[in-house]
Design a protein around this ligand. Structure first.
Ligand code: PGA
Length: 243
């Protein structure tokens, strides 16, 4: 696929003011290119500031999570309808921090994913194995489970992206080798084919992506972009990754 997606996962960093400061500098420094899409995932409390600052930009944004209902008695949840009302396009789902720290199951993620698609938003589903699972040669099994369960209710004709993020590479500085990334992405693509996803699904790599390792990895055949955590918090390093 020719188009690359560069997505920034800010996790629980940046106040609304820090978000505005970031975009003031970003909007000055970034020149949009054909065949390149930039997506920001700020914390929920900075969605409105992001929406304001990206009003006349081609860069897209969305939230790091949402519930499978748009409104109601769901204290503390994030609403996909609000993301839509703010002109956001994306929702990140199933990040390993959501799965491990907040006990999100494949079953919950599949409901959220369907709801996101029904809202006309694009889900970016995160999947990936732990170090233990890699050691036990369970990579394919884990990816197959996360994809077939996570996408169980999905509409295969609608847009969707996958972020392959080996859990052991997230925030650790231990980046997967290009061979590991390519191998996993080929597996993901094969499973998506088996699950009959007709529209082309972009597969991003995430886990300690930095300016130096991004250069090699972006040219891998099956890498359609990156989901970047730590290195997306500064304009300069994210810009370097985007190239
Ligand atoms: P990292 O985070 O780039 O800081 O490893 C990636 C992610 O969690 O999406």
């Amino acid at each position: 696929m020719n188009q690359k997606i560069f997505a920034a996962n800010w996790k629980l960093f940046k106040t609304p003011q820090e978000t505005r400061d970031f975009f003031q500098a970003w909007n000055r420094a970034y020149t949009p290119k054909n065949l390149e899409k930039i997506v920001f995932f700020p914390p929920a409390t900075s969605l409105e500031a992001t929406s304001e600052m990206l009003k006349s930009s081609q860069c897209e944004f969305g939230s790091q999570n949402c519930y499978f209902e748009g409104k109601g008695a769901f204290t503390g949840e994030t609403s996909a309808s609000v993301v839509k009302a703010l002109s956001g396009k994306w929702i990140l789902l199933g990040h390993s921090e959501r799965r491990t720290l907040f006990a999100e199951t494949d079953e919950l993620i599949q409901k959220k994913l369907r709801f996101v698609q029904d809202q006309g938003l694009v889900p970016m589903l995160c999947i990936g194995e732990t170090m233990q699972e890699r050691g036990d040669m369970q990579i394919e099994q884990v990816l197959r489970r996360q994809l077939s369960e996570g996408l169980k209710l999905a509409d295969s004709a609608r847009d969707l992206a996958i972020a392959y993020e080996p859990v052991w590479a997230i925030g650790t500085g231990k980046v997967a080798t290009p061979e590991m990334v390519e191998e996993a992405h080929v597996i993901v693509r094969r499973i998506l084919g088996e699950l009959k996803f007709s529209t082309p699904v972009q597969i991003l790599y995430g886990g300690s992506v930095k300016p130096d390792n991004a250069k090699t990895m972006i040219n891998l055949l099956n890498v359609d972009g990156f989901l970047v955590g730590g290195a997306s918090l500064e304009v300069s390093s994210f810009l370097e990754i985007v190239g």
